[in-house]
Design a protein around this ligand. Sequence first.
Ligand code: ADP
Ligand code: MG
Length: 724
Amino acid sequence: MATFRQMALSEAVAHTPGRFYKEDRPVSAYFGQNVFDLDKMQRYLSRAAYEAVLAAIYARKKIDRSVANEIATAMKTWAIENGATHYTHLFQPLTGATAEKHEAFVSVKDGRPFERFSGDALVQQEPDASSFPNGGLRNTFEARGYSAWDPTSPVFLLDGTLCIPSVFVSYTGEALDMKVPLLRSLQALDEAATDVAKLFDGHVRSVSANIGLEQEYFLTDESLFNARPDLKLCDRTVIGHNSAKDQQLSDHYFGAIPSRVASFMKDFETEAYKLGIQLATRHNEVAPNQFECAPVFCEATRAIDQNMLLMIVMNKVAEKHHLKVIFHEKPFDGINGSGKHCNWSLQTDTGVNLLSPGKTPTKNLQFLTFYAAVAKAVHDHNYLLMSSVCSLSNSWRLGGHEAPPAVMSIFSGSTLSKVFESILHPGNETEDGAPVDPISMVSSIPEIMPDNTDRNRTSPFAFTGNRFEFRALGASMNAAGAVFVLNSIVAESLKAFRAEVHKRESSGEERRSAILAVIRDFLSSAKPVMFEGNGYSKEWAEESARRGLRSVTDVTEAFKASLEPSAIAMFDAMHVLSKAEVEARYEVANELFVKKLQIEARVIGDICLNHVIPAAVSYQNILVKSIQGTKDTFGDEYKTLCQADMETFRKISGFVNALSKDVEALVEARKKANRIENMAERARLYGTEVRACMDRVRYSADHLEMLVDDELWPMPKYRELLFF
Ligand code: ADP
Ligand code: MG
């Protein structure tokens, strides 16, 4: 009888490249066609209603009920004209995924059907959301959670459903999602950054964050994916021997895109374009069957919403191609994992990128101001910032040698570092003996900016010319979780910067000199987090410890970063999260960690008992029959003739025995952890003891994969999953 693996392999062979969303029109003809954007609003809304929406987007004004009704009617008209039957609030609960509950437009009154969608339904919904994680923020008797329309993000059509980007809050207004703290952090950042930008240009009215998210992912054949319980249930392989060839030759990175993948990419790009997502790049990544795409950067909320939507679209389109997209950070052991690099910058309403060095000394002073403020923020909250990317799935990747290191640091490039030195030590001399003048260094920044070759891929937070690239985010994460932390700490730092300058000015110091003095102070206190060398090296591990930077070696330990007084005070002062909200999130982080690892631990146990051991024993039976047959035919000579078979038999017995013992130990470790009431302590035990047991189980299982007859092995192997 054929194994599932063999059936899956023949199915996979039959899956050929195809195109499903054929579009002959140029992209510009359909770009944004499924989004109810400002253009369409202008067409479908009265002038007053359109202006109310603009005020909500740009001035955070509330939309009143009667206007909401008009907007809802317009949305409904547009949606139904385009084939929609349902609507849904789309929100981003603390699970890290998105949530949707579809409601039909159709209603029947007195036997007459009609389509209905009121302002109330647009503005607020009460999904039966009692089973979303809330960390104790909702008591059971008040288990209500509300999703509310976020007018800053446009509504759109997906598969015949009108999707309304929403926030998710408790009855008492506490944040139950990823988006509320993001929006609050953007407001804090806007206020703080605008105040500082006004030091240089009185015309600045607001500052927003721009984000460009590079999305890495793996692709596998759907049949092969489905033949592996671990991929199906955990999105990662919990066992699996390395493929003899994987990424050693670096022949995949930027290689020719396989045609099956290329047609998938074209299809999901077509869908993404229709949703107004401006995808710009695509390429093969380092690991086999690993790829990346990136849109052009845009305003932070929109960029993050679009990234979540992009992941949904990629999953949907993959189905048609009999492919599976894996966003998990470390689906395969031994090869690179997937990240979501977050390019982040600040922009004024006057169109200036505050992290781009300018052409004049004033512009450069402004650039240095914002740079120094970011650097100090990253220094002061380095552990918190690193912890913001911590999750179970990202933990398999963090600290490994292909991914961001476990310690936060900033890479500035050699030339910018020289400018900082000249500011910190104005008396110093250059190589040719002349004294360095900080002002002239500051003015010459544009000429000495690093070019693209001056890049450090081992830094978790690198300056890349006009933005920072925060590289530690995991591929599957909702980027909001890391971005709201970054925004908040920078807002805090900018507030402090403004206050310092103000103090100096009040005591009569001239503005430019006051600003330069505060830049010097900020750069000086940020110094320990500035690092230009190899972030993966042993030297840096030692050096960073000497500098007082803490490394993330244990994810559940890192979760505690948000509970530290400096973090609680910062989130509170920036009005991003209250203490209760921070504590609730901490609870949820631990809960999710435990539940996900619980599933992985059960899956690895099941696979070993139901797949690995039976396959190993079947092979032993074959070996025994062969040895017996040899003995019957050749008598005592079998001892030499069957030496290898007998050795294999013994090795298999050794691993099978170890495996069943280790699975038992794993079950015991789980039971022990499950008895612990305190969720944080339970998570700690899962992260240490349960995980250690899983490693031991995997060791034997992977050795058995190498010993057992390929024909009998029940699950697709790495070499089959990783190459089209
Ligand atoms: P690389 O892989 O070389 O880092 P990519 O082209 O893959 O570069 O991705 C770079 C990302 O950074 C893109 O999403 C791009 O739009 C974004 N980006 C460029 N400039 C800025 C900026 N000023 N602020 C934020 N993001 C930016
Ligand atoms: Mg890239």
